[in-house]
Design a protein around this ligand. Structure first.
Ligand SMILES: Nc1ncnc2c1ncn2[C@@H]1O[C@H](COP(=O)(O)OP(=O)(O)O)[C@@H](O)[C@H]1O
Ligand SMILES: Cc1cn([C@H]2C[C@H](O)[C@@H](COP(=O)(O)OP(=O)(O)O)O2)c(=O)[nH]c1=O
Length: 139
């Protein structure tokens, strides 16, 4: 019997090292697939917009690749919704889960790594990354 494919999410603040860790893991895990949860636009930082985005991403990217037996490494996932739309947006997390259970089908991760770093350590990293990549500041 083939083993169940794993859905692994990597969470952490901007500059905590999610992208770098995922690139390392991708080299080490055979048959892995890397994806990134949809980011919000300026208009789209609300729970229902993220829910629609996560659902679409689950349907079109996550589930087909799990079904194909790939180990999925996802850069930010539903814990980002719990933190940004839930805790920061002041919506109770049990209500968010209840809405998801009733309306959408977003697979929960089998394993989550949270990259825990002092926020003041990430600003130097993000500045360095901006210089290297020319990315624009977020806000
Ligand atoms: N463990 C680490 N130690 C020091 N610098 C790191 C480490 N991991 C990543 N970086 C650097 O920090 C910056 C942000 O990393 P990145 O992987 O883009 O973070 P995120 O995807 O979480 O925003 C990059 O310039 C990267 O090279
Ligand atoms: C996936 C997701 C992201 N977000 C937010 C968190 C971040 O502010 C933003 C992503 O910002 P971005 O700078 O693209 O992320 P990274 O940390 O990977 O560099 O989207 C939510 O609010 N809810 C979500 O469900």
């Amino acid at each position: 019997m083939s083993k169940k494919a794993l859905l692994i999410s990597i969470e952490g603040i901007d500059g905590s090292g999610k992208t770098s860790l995922i690139q390392e893991l991708k080299q080490k895990i055979p048959n892995s697939f890397v994806t990134q949860s949809p980011r919000g636009t300026e208009l789209g930082k609300k729970f229902f917009l993220f829910t629609a985005n996560h659902n679409e991403h689950a349907l079109t990217v996550i589930k087909p690749n799990l079904a194909a037996g790939k180990t999925i490494l996802v850069d930010r996932y539903i814990d980002s919704t719990f933190v940004y739309q839930g805790i920061r947006g002041k919506l109770p997390i049990d209500k968010l889960i209840e809405v998801w259970e009733k309306t959408v089908n977003i697979p929960f991760p089998d394993l989550t790594f949270v990259l825990d770093i002092e926020p003041n350590k990430t600003s130097a990293r993000v500045n360095k990354r901006r210089q290297e990549t020319g990315e624009e500041p977020n806000n």
